[in-house]
Ligand binder design. Structure first.
Ligand code: HEM
Length: 239
Protein backbone atom coordinates (compact mmCIF):
# COMPACT_ATOMS: atom_id res chain seq x y z
CA UNK A 1 0.00 0.00 0.00
CA UNK A 2 1.33 3.46 -0.72
CA UNK A 3 1.13 6.36 1.70
CA UNK A 4 -1.22 8.17 -0.60
CA UNK A 5 -3.63 5.29 -1.19
CA UNK A 6 -3.84 4.79 2.57
CA UNK A 7 -4.47 8.43 3.29
CA UNK A 8 -7.15 8.66 0.57
CA UNK A 9 -9.36 6.67 2.92
CA UNK A 10 -8.64 8.84 5.92
CA UNK A 11 -9.31 12.17 4.26
CA UNK A 12 -13.04 11.41 4.13
CA UNK A 13 -13.47 12.21 7.85
CA UNK A 14 -12.30 15.59 9.14
CA UNK A 15 -11.85 17.42 12.46
CA UNK A 16 -9.92 16.76 15.71
CA UNK A 17 -12.26 13.97 16.90
CA UNK A 18 -11.93 12.09 13.59
CA UNK A 19 -8.15 12.61 13.69
CA UNK A 20 -7.98 11.21 17.24
CA UNK A 21 -10.10 8.16 16.30
CA UNK A 22 -7.90 7.49 13.28
CA UNK A 23 -4.72 7.72 15.36
CA UNK A 24 -6.12 5.61 18.20
CA UNK A 25 -7.36 2.80 15.93
CA UNK A 26 -4.03 2.76 14.15
CA UNK A 27 -2.00 2.83 17.39
CA UNK A 28 -3.99 -0.04 18.94
CA UNK A 29 -3.48 -2.19 15.83
CA UNK A 30 0.25 -2.52 16.56
CA UNK A 31 0.63 -1.55 20.24
CA UNK A 32 -0.69 -3.63 21.93
CA UNK A 33 -2.71 -5.81 19.49
CA UNK A 34 0.13 -6.66 17.08
CA UNK A 35 2.60 -7.29 19.91
CA UNK A 36 0.07 -9.42 21.78
CA UNK A 37 -0.62 -11.44 18.62
CA UNK A 38 3.10 -12.10 17.98
CA UNK A 39 3.58 -13.12 21.63
CA UNK A 40 0.50 -15.37 21.52
CA UNK A 41 1.81 -17.18 18.43
CA UNK A 42 5.24 -17.57 20.05
CA UNK A 43 3.64 -19.05 23.19
CA UNK A 44 1.65 -21.50 21.09
CA UNK A 45 4.87 -22.89 19.63
CA UNK A 46 5.16 -24.68 22.99
CA UNK A 47 2.75 -27.20 21.41
CA UNK A 48 5.89 -28.70 19.85
CA UNK A 49 7.01 -29.63 23.40
CA UNK A 50 3.78 -31.31 24.50
CA UNK A 51 0.79 -30.81 26.78
CA UNK A 52 2.55 -29.57 29.92
CA UNK A 53 4.65 -26.96 28.10
CA UNK A 54 1.68 -25.71 26.02
CA UNK A 55 -0.72 -25.42 28.95
CA UNK A 56 1.91 -23.59 31.01
CA UNK A 57 2.65 -21.15 28.15
CA UNK A 58 -0.88 -20.53 26.85
CA UNK A 59 -3.61 -21.44 29.33
CA UNK A 60 -2.27 -21.26 32.88
CA UNK A 61 -2.01 -17.94 34.73
CA UNK A 62 -0.42 -17.00 38.03
CA UNK A 63 -3.77 -15.72 39.40
CA UNK A 64 -7.34 -14.97 38.31
CA UNK A 65 -6.32 -11.29 38.30
CA UNK A 66 -3.47 -11.97 35.83
CA UNK A 67 -5.90 -13.97 33.69
CA UNK A 68 -8.49 -11.15 33.65
CA UNK A 69 -5.81 -8.57 32.89
CA UNK A 70 -4.45 -10.70 30.03
CA UNK A 71 -7.95 -11.04 28.56
CA UNK A 72 -8.57 -7.28 28.76
CA UNK A 73 -5.19 -6.48 27.18
CA UNK A 74 -6.02 -8.82 24.30
CA UNK A 75 -9.71 -8.26 23.76
CA UNK A 76 -10.22 -4.52 24.36
CA UNK A 77 -7.79 -3.37 21.63
CA UNK A 78 -9.11 -6.09 19.31
CA UNK A 79 -12.65 -4.84 19.78
CA UNK A 80 -11.68 -1.19 19.29
CA UNK A 81 -9.51 -1.95 16.27
CA UNK A 82 -12.33 -4.05 14.77
CA UNK A 83 -14.81 -1.17 15.14
CA UNK A 84 -12.21 1.18 13.61
CA UNK A 85 -11.47 -1.33 10.83
CA UNK A 86 -15.11 -2.01 10.00
CA UNK A 87 -15.73 1.72 9.61
CA UNK A 88 -12.80 1.95 7.18
CA UNK A 89 -13.43 -1.27 5.29
CA UNK A 90 -15.48 0.39 2.57
CA UNK A 91 -13.77 3.81 2.67
CA UNK A 92 -11.57 3.44 -0.36
CA UNK A 93 -11.18 4.37 -3.95
CA UNK A 94 -9.19 2.02 -6.19
CA UNK A 95 -6.44 4.06 -7.76
CA UNK A 96 -4.78 1.82 -10.30
CA UNK A 97 -4.23 4.76 -12.68
CA UNK A 98 -2.22 6.91 -10.26
CA UNK A 99 -0.57 4.36 -7.97
CA UNK A 100 1.23 1.09 -8.58
CA UNK A 101 -0.74 -2.05 -9.31
CA UNK A 102 1.20 -3.82 -6.51
CA UNK A 103 0.29 -1.10 -3.99
CA UNK A 104 -3.40 -1.32 -4.92
CA UNK A 105 -3.42 -5.14 -4.70
CA UNK A 106 -1.90 -4.92 -1.20
CA UNK A 107 -4.45 -2.29 -0.22
CA UNK A 108 -7.33 -4.55 -1.28
CA UNK A 109 -5.73 -7.68 0.28
CA UNK A 110 -5.47 -5.79 3.58
CA UNK A 111 -9.27 -5.43 3.53
CA UNK A 112 -10.00 -8.94 2.26
CA UNK A 113 -7.74 -10.41 4.96
CA UNK A 114 -9.50 -8.19 7.55
CA UNK A 115 -12.82 -9.91 6.75
CA UNK A 116 -11.16 -13.35 6.97
CA UNK A 117 -9.47 -12.42 10.25
CA UNK A 118 -12.78 -11.17 11.66
CA UNK A 119 -14.51 -14.50 10.87
CA UNK A 120 -11.56 -16.56 12.09
CA UNK A 121 -11.15 -14.64 15.35
CA UNK A 122 -14.90 -14.79 16.00
CA UNK A 123 -14.78 -18.59 15.82
CA UNK A 124 -11.40 -18.86 17.57
CA UNK A 125 -12.25 -16.61 20.53
CA UNK A 126 -15.57 -18.41 21.03
CA UNK A 127 -14.34 -22.01 20.67
CA UNK A 128 -10.93 -21.74 22.33
CA UNK A 129 -11.73 -19.22 25.03
CA UNK A 130 -15.39 -18.38 25.77
CA UNK A 131 -16.79 -21.94 25.37
CA UNK A 132 -14.29 -23.76 27.67
CA UNK A 133 -14.22 -20.94 30.25
CA UNK A 134 -17.92 -20.10 30.39
CA UNK A 135 -19.60 -23.43 29.60
CA UNK A 136 -17.04 -25.97 30.83
CA UNK A 137 -15.50 -24.09 33.77
CA UNK A 138 -11.85 -24.46 32.73
CA UNK A 139 -9.35 -23.24 30.16
CA UNK A 140 -8.79 -24.95 26.81
CA UNK A 141 -7.19 -28.40 27.25
CA UNK A 142 -4.25 -29.52 25.15
CA UNK A 143 -5.71 -32.94 24.48
CA UNK A 144 -8.98 -31.46 23.17
CA UNK A 145 -7.45 -28.92 20.81
CA UNK A 146 -4.71 -31.33 19.63
CA UNK A 147 -7.21 -34.10 18.84
CA UNK A 148 -9.54 -31.64 17.10
CA UNK A 149 -6.64 -30.31 14.99
CA UNK A 150 -5.87 -33.85 13.83
CA UNK A 151 -9.40 -35.22 13.38
CA UNK A 152 -11.34 -32.02 12.50
CA UNK A 153 -14.27 -33.92 14.04
CA UNK A 154 -16.30 -30.81 14.97
CA UNK A 155 -15.78 -28.94 11.68
CA UNK A 156 -12.99 -28.00 9.27
CA UNK A 157 -10.70 -27.03 12.18
CA UNK A 158 -7.32 -27.66 10.55
CA UNK A 159 -8.07 -25.78 7.35
CA UNK A 160 -9.71 -22.91 9.26
CA UNK A 161 -6.60 -22.54 11.45
CA UNK A 162 -4.22 -22.79 8.48
CA UNK A 163 -6.10 -20.14 6.48
CA UNK A 164 -7.07 -18.00 9.48
CA UNK A 165 -3.48 -17.66 10.67
CA UNK A 166 -2.36 -16.98 7.08
CA UNK A 167 -4.84 -14.07 7.08
CA UNK A 168 -3.67 -12.81 10.49
CA UNK A 169 0.02 -13.00 9.45
CA UNK A 170 -0.61 -11.11 6.21
CA UNK A 171 -2.91 -8.52 7.78
CA UNK A 172 -0.48 -7.71 10.60
CA UNK A 173 2.73 -7.80 8.51
CA UNK A 174 1.30 -5.70 5.67
CA UNK A 175 -0.42 -3.42 8.17
CA UNK A 176 2.98 -2.67 9.74
CA UNK A 177 4.01 -0.85 6.57
CA UNK A 178 0.99 1.46 6.38
CA UNK A 179 1.26 1.92 10.15
CA UNK A 180 4.90 3.00 9.88
CA UNK A 181 3.98 5.41 7.07
CA UNK A 182 0.97 6.75 8.95
CA UNK A 183 3.11 7.52 12.01
CA UNK A 184 5.85 9.13 9.92
CA UNK A 185 8.44 6.44 10.72
CA UNK A 186 9.09 6.00 7.01
CA UNK A 187 8.53 8.87 4.61
CA UNK A 188 10.61 8.77 1.46
CA UNK A 189 9.85 6.40 -1.41
CA UNK A 190 13.20 4.71 -0.73
CA UNK A 191 12.45 4.18 2.99
CA UNK A 192 9.01 2.75 2.16
CA UNK A 193 10.63 0.33 -0.28
CA UNK A 194 13.18 -0.75 2.32
CA UNK A 195 10.42 -1.24 4.89
CA UNK A 196 8.87 -3.75 2.50
CA UNK A 197 11.56 -6.15 3.77
CA UNK A 198 10.49 -5.60 7.38
CA UNK A 199 6.93 -6.43 6.36
CA UNK A 200 7.97 -9.48 4.37
CA UNK A 201 10.22 -10.81 7.15
CA UNK A 202 7.45 -10.24 9.72
CA UNK A 203 5.02 -12.13 7.49
CA UNK A 204 7.36 -15.13 7.19
CA UNK A 205 8.06 -15.16 10.96
CA UNK A 206 4.40 -14.84 11.97
CA UNK A 207 3.38 -17.56 9.53
CA UNK A 208 6.22 -19.86 10.63
CA UNK A 209 5.15 -19.49 14.28
CA UNK A 210 1.47 -20.05 13.40
CA UNK A 211 1.99 -23.08 11.24
CA UNK A 212 4.68 -24.45 13.59
CA UNK A 213 2.13 -24.36 16.44
CA UNK A 214 -0.54 -25.97 14.24
CA UNK A 215 1.94 -28.68 13.25
CA UNK A 216 2.75 -29.30 16.95
CA UNK A 217 -0.95 -29.64 17.82
CA UNK A 218 -1.67 -31.83 14.79
CA UNK A 219 1.17 -34.30 15.45
CA UNK A 220 0.30 -34.45 19.17
CA UNK A 221 -3.35 -35.10 18.22
CA UNK A 222 -2.28 -37.90 15.90
CA UNK A 223 -0.27 -39.53 18.71
CA UNK A 224 -3.17 -39.22 21.19
CA UNK A 225 -5.66 -40.74 18.73
CA UNK A 226 -3.24 -43.62 17.95
CA UNK A 227 -2.71 -44.25 21.68
CA UNK A 228 -6.48 -44.28 22.31
CA UNK A 229 -7.01 -46.77 19.47
CA UNK A 230 -4.21 -48.92 20.88
CA UNK A 231 -5.72 -48.81 24.40
CA UNK A 232 -9.16 -49.76 23.08
CA UNK A 233 -7.91 -52.67 20.95
CA UNK A 234 -8.48 -56.18 22.42
CA UNK A 235 -5.48 -57.50 24.39
CA UNK A 236 -4.88 -60.31 21.84
CA UNK A 237 -4.05 -57.90 19.04
CA UNK A 238 -1.82 -55.69 21.23
CA UNK A 239 1.90 -56.34 20.98
C1 HEM B 1 -5.18 -10.05 15.30
C2 HEM B 1 -6.00 -9.09 14.92
C3 HEM B 1 -5.59 -7.88 14.11
C4 HEM B 1 -4.37 -7.25 14.02
C5 HEM B 1 -3.08 -7.61 14.74
C6 HEM B 1 -4.53 -6.13 13.09
C7 HEM B 1 -3.52 -5.26 12.72
C8 HEM B 1 -3.66 -4.23 11.80
C9 HEM B 1 -2.62 -3.29 11.44
C10 HEM B 1 -1.21 -3.28 12.03
C11 HEM B 1 -3.13 -2.42 10.54
C12 HEM B 1 -2.47 -1.19 9.92
C13 HEM B 1 -2.87 0.02 10.75
C14 HEM B 1 -2.46 1.34 10.13
O1 HEM B 1 -2.30 1.43 8.90
O2 HEM B 1 -2.32 2.32 10.89
C15 HEM B 1 -4.49 -2.84 10.26
C16 HEM B 1 -5.31 -2.23 9.35
C17 HEM B 1 -6.62 -2.60 9.15
N1 HEM B 1 -7.36 -3.49 9.89
FE1 HEM B 1 -6.61 -4.78 11.26
N2 HEM B 1 -5.82 -6.10 12.65
C18 HEM B 1 -6.50 -7.15 13.24
C19 HEM B 1 -7.84 -7.45 13.08
C20 HEM B 1 -8.73 -6.75 12.28
C21 HEM B 1 -10.15 -7.01 12.22
C22 HEM B 1 -10.89 -8.12 13.00
C23 HEM B 1 -10.67 -6.11 11.34
C24 HEM B 1 -12.13 -5.99 11.04
C25 HEM B 1 -12.64 -6.03 9.91
C26 HEM B 1 -9.58 -5.29 10.83
C27 HEM B 1 -9.67 -4.30 9.88
C28 HEM B 1 -8.64 -3.53 9.39
C29 HEM B 1 -8.72 -2.61 8.26
C30 HEM B 1 -9.96 -2.33 7.39
C31 HEM B 1 -7.46 -2.03 8.10
C32 HEM B 1 -7.02 -1.02 7.04
C33 HEM B 1 -7.30 0.38 7.48
C34 HEM B 1 -6.85 1.38 6.44
O3 HEM B 1 -5.88 1.17 5.75
O4 HEM B 1 -7.53 2.42 6.33
N3 HEM B 1 -8.42 -5.70 11.45
N4 HEM B 1 -4.79 -3.92 11.07
Amino acid sequence: MTATTASSATTMEKGPAAYFKTRLGSFLAVVPLGLWTANHLWNNLAALHGAEAWEAAVVRHSSPFAEALGAIIALAPLLLHTVWGLARLFMWRPNVGSYTYYGNVKFILQRVSAVGVLLFLGAHVYLAWIKPHVFEGHGEEFEDIAKEMFTSADGPTLIVYVLGTLGVSYHLANGLQSWAMGWGLVGSRDAVKKFEWVSLTSFVLLLAMSWGAIFGLYTAGRAIVAQEAHDKAPAAVQH
